[in-house]
Design a protein around this ligand. Structure first.
Ligand SMILES: [Zn+2]
Length: 454
């Protein structure tokens, strides 16, 4: 039996921050109380915050498919260094995760490399049938993702960032009809239905060559997000499925989502640190790392999203961690692939955003509690309480961190938050009672939702 006592820290609990000791037995939290008797190894965390490990609901491991951009080892090393103890990987790896067999083979590969725990999203294609969803759920999918504007190469088994053409190899994107047909099955499985919310017809109307940041913004108008959110909400509402909007980026999209919630749609919203911290004005300073889809928009959009987070309309902050190689991100702007790493800076950036809003203890709700609840991990992850995994992040609230490419563990080292300062530093990170912040063996496990089959 291995026993640990985290002594003297300020602990995030369901009732708010509390001076308490945390006792851990064999990787599971057993007691959270003041001045516990010494049993096992004592870890002095006086003056520190003790936070629940982060759950990033939106990462792209690139594995299998593009190991030169990232793989499960580098992804989870970055996560571990940043206090993220569960990563939920999107299904658009290559080959894509569109069947139970693919999910199982990806899980086996990830288990051999993961330094933190992981969960896997399953893909909804326009050809997906309900029995495939049921099989993926049985194999452990934490939810399903539909890319409304992206086609699927049947020969390459790859989601493509294009709306599709007459090419017979390209299956058209999942559309609102697909969602309407599959939502009842997803609702029955009790899993979230996540969407990349950009309407393809709006995007088609605004398509243009992308040679500047202005072109990028003009090609992805916020109307595309708002239309997709409204339409997907309408079809999800009928079925009672839980709709999850990935990477919400605009004020208009937020309004559409709140309208849908007001009339009873079960809907959760995820936004990302880059949308809460940056605006299009930062492009001159940051450069091509800022090329991502949806794009970082105006100051008014940023303010609306921060306000939505503060009001609790947006409950989850994920990253859309999507690295490429530094070489690819240095190409001429029109050729730069879209995406930026972010998993390593998620917790620190959210602590800063929460502090600036006047309550630093909001951060673990956005990056741990609400994400764990989204994918049915409540009871094991997302809180510091007896019975939960001892996934703990030790944060020094008096030290500072500057985001530096050299410290990043992802293959793409220059992310959008490069050079930013945060009023916190991560001192250590524990995964089920073992320190993982500074390099760890691959002992990550696959997480599976507690199934609520209705
Ligand atoms: Zn993504």
């Amino acid at each position: 039996m291995t026993e640990l006592l985290f002594r003297g820290g300020t602990v995030h609990t369901a009732d708010g921050p509390k001076q308490a000791d945390v006792h851990v037995t064999d990787g599971v939290i057993t007691r959270v109380e003041q001045r516990l008797p010494v049993q096992g190894r004592v870890i002095d965390v006086s003056g520190m915050y003790v936070l629940p490990g982060g759950v990033d609901v939106h990462v792209h491991s690139r594995d299998p498919g593009f190991p030169d951009k990232e793989d499960f080892a580098s992804l989870t090393a970055a996560a571990a260094a940043g206090g993220i103890t569960v990563v939920l990987d999107m299904p658009n790896t290559v080959p894509a995760v569109d069947t139970a067999g693919m999910l199982e083979s990806k899980a086996a590969m990830a288990r051999s490399k993961a330094r933190v725990d992981f969960g896997l999203w399953g893909l909804i294609r326009s050809s997906t049938k309900t029995d495939q969803l049921e099989a993926m759920a049985a194999a452990g999918a934490i939810g399903f993702k539909a890319y409304l504007a992206y086609s699927f190469s049947v020969s390459r088994k790859q989601v493509l960032y294009s709306p599709g053409t007459d090419d017979p190899d390209l299956e058209p994107p999942a559309d609102y009809g697909t969602l309407a047909q599959l939502a009842p099955a997803v609702a029955h499985l009790g899993l979230p239905l996540a969407i990349h919310a950009e309407d393809p017809t709006v995007l088609a109307a605004f398509r243009r060559p992308i040679s500047s940041y202005e072109d990028l913004l003009a090609s992805r108008p916020p109307e595309a997000e708002a239309v997709a959110v409204s339409a997907a909400a309408a079809v999800a509402r009928e079925s009672g499925a839980h709709l999850h909007i990935a990477h919400l980026s605009s004020s208009l999209g937020l309004q559409a989502a709140e309208d849908a919630m007001r009339i009873g749609t079960t809907l959760t919203l995820e936004t990302c640190p880059q949308f809460l911290l940056l605006t299009s004005d930062d492009f001159d300073r940051v450069g091509s790392a800022m090329k991502m889809l949806p794009p970082i928009r105006t100051a008014a959009d940023r303010e609306a999203l921060v306000d939505g987070l503060e009001r609790g309309a947006i409950t989850i902050v994920g990253t859309d961690h999507a690295p490429h190689t530094d070489e690819e991100k240095s190409l001429p702007f029109e050729d730069v692939p879209a995406g930026s790493p972010g998993v390593q800076t998620l917790y620190l950036s959210c602590l800063q955003i929460a502090k600036d809003l006047g309550d630093v203890w909001l951060a673990p709700r956005w990056v741990s509690e609400a994400p764990a609840r989204l994918v049915g991990l409540e009871g094991h992850k997302g809180a510091i309480a007896p019975g939960f995994d001892a996934d703990l992040v030790i944060v020094d609230p008096k030290a500072k961190t500057r985001v530096h490419a050299e410290q990043m563990r992802s293959r793409q080292r220059h992310g959008v938050l490069e050079g930013m300062d945060f009023d916190f530093a991560i001192k250590d990170v524990y995964l089920r009672g073992e320190s993982v912040a500074n390099g760890a063996p691959a002992r990550g496990r696959m997480v599976r939702p507690a199934m609520v089959v209705g």
